[in-house]
Design a protein around this ligand. Sequence first.
Ligand code: ZN
Length: 652
Amino acid sequence: MAKEDFKYFVEQFEDIRVLKYKLPGFESLTLQQKTFIYYLSQAALSGRDILWDQNFRFNLQIRKTLEAILESYIGDKTSDEYRSFLVYAKRVFFANGIHHHYSNDKLRPGFTESYFAKLIKKIDKHRLPLKNGQTKDELISQLSPIIFDEELFGRKVEQREGADMIAESAINLYEDVNQKEAEAFYSGKIDPKDPCPVSLGLNSKVAKKDGEIVEEVYRSGGLYSTAIDQIIMWLEKSINFAESELQMKELKLLIDFYRSGDLKKWDDFNVLWAQDSEAEVDYNNGFIETYSDPLGRKATWEAIVNYKDIEATQRTKIITANAQWFEDNSPIQPQYRKEKVKGVAAKVINIAMLGGDCYPVSPLGINLPNANWIRKGVGSKSVTLANITDAYDITSQGDGFLEEFAADQSEVDRIKKYGSLTDSLHTGLHECVGHASGKLAEGTDPNALKNYASPLEEARADLFALYYMTDKKIIELGLLPEEDAAKASYDAYLRNGLLTQIVKIKPGKHIEEAHMRNRSAISHWVFEKGRQGNIVELFKQGGKSYVRINDYYGLRQLFGELLKEIQRVKSEGDYEAGKRIIEKFGVKVDPHLHTEILERYEKLNLAPYTGFVNPNLLPVYNTKGEITDVKVEYVNDFLGQMLYYGRNYSFL
Ligand code: ZN
């Protein structure tokens, strides 16, 4: 299927846009790989309820109530109230609970309490999640304040200064304990001299039972046992289809971890997993990220399954193989070039299934494991997600954003033709050779750039990519089909850096995030230098601001010049010069331009948050019950998928 024939868009509601992602090359995987992916994908879906319960302890009961209404209510479905109910239900499904996935605020229903009661009363009581002889009326009076009272459980994670971050957060990683008690529970339990410390408390809930504080561990036979046993079952089936001895050992350790809840096993698993960089099919499955714990200790459950993107990985291999050529021809001062540069072999993958905290909102890149001692001693895996990035790129070309902010139609056409390719190439150059390039002068403190180190480092890698994007070598290596293609990359970079990235900034605020500072700094620096020679211009038409590049070759020289300077800053640890570049060009936002851009953006009526439906992976069996193929079925129904998961993967 050609890229343009695939419909990524599924639906939009409130502040949410739902897309689907494509599985390029899945058919050409071996039967063993497809079968392996299938079993891992079942494991990835089986832990769904764990996350729902972790997010808030009444989430599952509410979800089951919503499911009962959605699946069996036969009254008027055309009324405004029912439509509002539908939107609320979708928002809850999207957030894996009743709190907004990003803002953490409790979602406000657009229908009344009495309407909610009316709906429940019309549902057969056997379909409702009534607990211990609860009546429908009791269910209604239990759930109503939880859903409708704005104050009650108002924030999933409360990190406001002065708040009791545990007692005031609705998140269910702690129960009936306050922040002091939670902190005291773990204090003194970590040996600061341990070179390989386990992530204490990562896979447990801390609760007060009969006045005593206890840790309830997520494991088979412990908390979430019934869901964890399902995960184990599918992981066990997957082992026989693993691609290597190493991967088999890995999976066995992961299963041991789920059985015992022993964090030492989790670390042992991660040590092997981090070494397994050649895997064509790979996965994450476990209690991994700690963002939802105000104390940063406890992890929510997540899972993904992925396979290598052959084409994009091939591209990064070509780049890495030519790393020395790039280094030797770089515009930086010769004394700061590396005599022997080793490119980083970045892996590009395609997602085959998203689960837990990675669904429906997917990450764009993955860099794991998290344990520092493993990262330092053994290494880590850093991957970019090709099919997810493609879905973003391609849908953003059809939503009016590009037409609104591009200077003319030829720019729009070029981006549509080459944008996805140059984006992927930029990432490849940035990751594989950009960060790896250059060296410090003798005696330079590697930490000299302090708080400016991160935006400057990102700028260095971006500039490396931008500088080479228009080089003949790129065409020679077959990385771009023609010179014109690279222009798409320059247009997009400056349009974003000078104009559009500030849609993410609230009025009156400055730019804080490192990548955004870097993009702003590069764009404004080259604009400042390039405006005299009319290399780049900002112009207004009909009250709207646009960027135009008049001399792409001249712009390339400016990227080279800035790369040279930023490499010097890093090599010499010139803190003051680095600070000047970032503060002068990367931080401030012109308030007039900001207002204009925000107004134009608002008119486009775009949803700020994006999530995905998964494809269905359907095994084909022979008469002996063996899998002979796995088919991909794309799904176009967000709510349908949620209800399907509710019927088939609800284990708590
Ligand atoms: Zn980077």
